[in-house]
Design a protein around this ligand. Structure first.
Ligand code: 5GP
Ligand code: MN
Length: 347
């Protein structure tokens, strides 16, 4: 038995919306990850078994590593096809927002979604969802939005309608948001859910191999260079920092997704409990932070890097140079230093 998390009221309202409307748009956050792509696609496959017309519009492109998921190639990138996106949003009766908690995460797609007259539903697992939808299903204890979608499906008594394609996509999101079930994954229900998804005929080893364990030679060399020549460890503060400039990225023919999971690697060092990765981009420095234990990095990203996220995995954008971003990192370490008489109990 899997615990009931969603309230009866939420289940009834969700089911009513899904049954009532036929033209549905699904959307997710900028730089969609496995959970964003998996939850929108999983929902799409479910809705299609109900005979609905469904389009997924993402703010930008789906990374190459996720294109193997059934239906991923049909996801419309608003950054490239804004006119088509606007038309589909204009025709939609219902919009489901998955895996983000604020319209800001939609980037240039935000106005089209927030100004649309369609009914809106949010399904998400980030802390502190903003109220911009008619129905908000937000549970920050969930490992992933995909897990929450699956629980919603169970709540609506729709497990029978889950086909292999739907199960594959939901599994992919649960797997990627927990680092293949190595963090944020101690709820026993997760494994009951996996068993139920596997009964739909998915090959979880293949999904792992394609979504996580596939690299180009350039990417492996970039990771090697980053760890060898760029990683700095600040033992006093339990921190690690890796900064990559545009010039360095170009040297290794950087493609989107090539630095995925690099930020996690310094956490393998026992003394390091928070790890920062900064990647120079055209207009800003992209920040990723990961931590272990009670040290919250979403608040750091909110305060210093125009971002947010989860307690142990967060990110943001810093609108200045890499040198200034480094200076900001030093500022954070300075703030962490215990004042006289105070114990530093972060670890
Ligand atoms: P990543 O480091 O993989 O880009 O992001 C990790 C998590 O941090 C994401 O799942 C998301 O919750 C959050 N995050 C990343 N970038 C941003 C950002 O620019 N703004 C906000 N609000 N959250 C972000
Ligand atoms: Mn997620």
């Amino acid at each position: 038995m899997i615990d009931r998390i969603l309230s009866n009221e939420e289940i009834i309202q969700l089911k009513n919306y899904l049954e009532r409307y036929n033209n549905i748009v699904l959307t997710c956050h900028l730089s969609p990850d496995g959970d964003a792509v998996g939850s929108t696609l999983g929902m799409k496959h479910l809705l299609e078994t109900m005979g609905k017309t469904v389009h997924i519009i993402a703010p930008d492109m789906v990374p190459r590593s996720l294109l193997f998921l059934p239906g991923a190639k049909d996801i419309i990138a608003y950054s490239k096809y804004a006119e088509l996106g606007n038309r589909l949003i204009g025709n939609s009766q219902l919009i489901i927002c998955l895996d983000f908690n604020t319209p800001k995460r939609l980037d240039n797609l935000a106005p089209a979604i927030t100004e649309s007259k369609a009914k809106k539903i949010l399904i998400d697992h980030h802390i502190g969802a903003e109220q911009f939808c008619d129905l908000s299903i937000s549970y920050d204890k969930m490992s992933s939005t995909c897990e929450l979608v699956f629980r919603a499906i169970l709540g609506m008594n729709m497990y029978q309608q889950v086909n292999r394609k739907c199960a594959e996509c939901l599994y992919a999101g649960m797997m990627t948001d927990t680092g293949n079930f190595t963090y944020n994954s101690n709820d026993p229900d997760i494994y009951n859910i996996i068993a139920m998804l596997m009964k739909k005929g998915i090959n979880k080893d293949r999904i792992y191999s394609l979504a996580i364990n596939t690299s180009s030679a350039d990417r492996l060399r970039l990771i090697g260079y980053s760890l060898d020549s760029k990683m700095e460890v600040f033992e006093d503060c339990g921190a690690a920092l890796i900064i990559l400039t545009k010039e360095e990225l170009a040297r290794y023919n950087y493609k989107k997704g090539d630095t995925e999971s690099l930020v996690n690697m310094p956490l393998q060092i026992p003394e390091v409990y928070w790890s920062v990765f900064m990647r120079e981009d055209d207009e800003y420095v992209k920040i990723s932070i990961r931590s272990q234990g009670d040290f919250a990095v979403n608040t750091i990203c909110e305060k210093h890097f125009n971002g947010g996220g989860h307690k142990n995995a967060a990110g943001g954008e810093f609108y200045s140079t890499v040198d200034e971003a480094r200076a900001e990192f030093y500022k954070i370490m300075e703030e962490m230093k215990p004042t006289d008489g105070e114990e530093n109990d972060n670890k």
